[in-house]
Design a protein around this ligand. Structure first.
Ligand SMILES: O=P(O)(O)OC[C@H]1O[C@](O)(CO)[C@@H](O)[C@@H]1O
Length: 323
């Protein structure tokens, strides 16, 4: 099966490594690197590493497309991105040697409604049962509900949408009527709190919010929890799983790797426990790697075998209620 990924707002991730970030002072960087990035692109990149046939849809600025095109050629990702006038944004990741990352995401090209329509048209062939992953922010110029409208159109044709959105785009997709909702969503805790309009001071509150979304008609709700891994909730059950070991280095793109693991597991029809293992293994496999790349299959399989999912209610009842 071909998995289609959508990235309305890709990015060149400029990772600047420095000893310590001191606001207001001159800081000399130790290293700098540039990676083609952005959420939908990172998902496609990880899926390609895992051997999946993948197409990338969305938008790309004409002025600095080369770094992206090199990645697509190297990984065999089918490039279905609409070219738009201007440059794709650069997102600065300030990575301190202690492991902390500060993200400064810059604006890039401005898109027109017609650009989004061209993306919709490019996805017209995605039909019943097919998987489409819609991730990341939208560029200036697009209506806040663009991703939600695309998700609804795809769901209307029976495609399974996996949505990793935040802010107004997440609000719009979660406000869709039951038949138009995505098959799966993967907010992180802060994104789910922003949508709910309150902090989840107790783990149980987060679990209730995830279960409520499943009750509304989303088949799979995954809430990423940083070092606590993620909560996986579906009609089949509710689990929490964390990486077997935590690597140091940039965490940028670990959530995207998890989304790739979810999509890959859905493509293979895995049950919830195996899906949680694979998604967690993909995220753990990406950690410690520069850019959105996964280790070889044998390492991913070993990581998945070492993941120990536990009932979500056990995690929710454990002390240290806020992760
Ligand atoms: O689309 P957003 O939400 O601005 O996020 C983009 C950033 O997120 C990442 O995809 C990591 O999740 C980076 O590669 C990119 O810079």
């Amino acid at each position: 099966m071909t998995i289609r990924c959508v990235s309305f707002n890709p990015a060149i991730d400029q990772t600047v490594t420095l000893e310590r970030l001191v606001p207001g002072e001159v800081v000399r960087a130790l290293a700098v690197r540039h990676d083609a990035g952005g959420k939908g692109l990172n998902v496609a990149s990880c899926l390609a590493d895992a051997g999946q046939t993948v197409e990338l849809h969305g938008l790309l600025g004409r002025d600095n497309a080369a770094i992206f095109e090199q990645l697509f050629a190297a990984k065999g990702i089918a490039d279905r991105l609409q070219r738009v006038t201007g440059a794709t944004r650069t997102n600065v990741k300030l990575l301190e040697t202690g492991g902390r990352t500060t993200d400064v995401n810059l604006p890039g090209f401005t898109a027109a409604a017609a650009d989004a329509e061209a993306v919709f048209d490019g996805l017209a062939e995605a039909g019943a049962g097919e998987l489409v992953v819609i991730s990341g922010s939208q560029p200036a110029g697009l209506a806040a509900d663009t991703s939600a409208r695309l998700a609804a159109a795809l769901a209307g044709r029976g495609a399974r949408v996996v949505a990793d959105l935040s802010g107004a785009a997440l609000d719009a997709v979660l406000a869709l009527p039951p038949g138009a909702l995505p098959h799966a969503v993967k907010p992180n805790r802060a994104e789910l709190e922003a949508w709910a309009g309150r902090r989840f001071d107790e783990r149980a509150a987060l679990v209730d919010a995830a279960r409520a979304l499943v009750a509304r008609g989303i088949a799979l709700v995954v809430v990423s929890l940083g070092t606590d891994g993620a909560a996986f909730v579906s009609a089949e059950g509710a689990l929490q799983a964390a990486p077997p070991r935590l690597a140091t280095g940039s965490t940028v793109g670990a959530g995207d790797a998890m989304v790739a693991g979810i999509a890959s597991a859905l493509a293979d029809g895995l049950a919830l426990d195996a899906l949680a293992r694979r998604a967690t293994a993909f995220a753990a496999g990406k950690l410690g790697r520069e850019g959105a790349h996964l280790p070889p299959a044998a390492e991913l399989d070993a990581l998945a075998a070492a993941v120990r999912p536990q009932p979500l209610d056990v995690w929710a009842a454990a002390p240290g209620s806020r992760t």
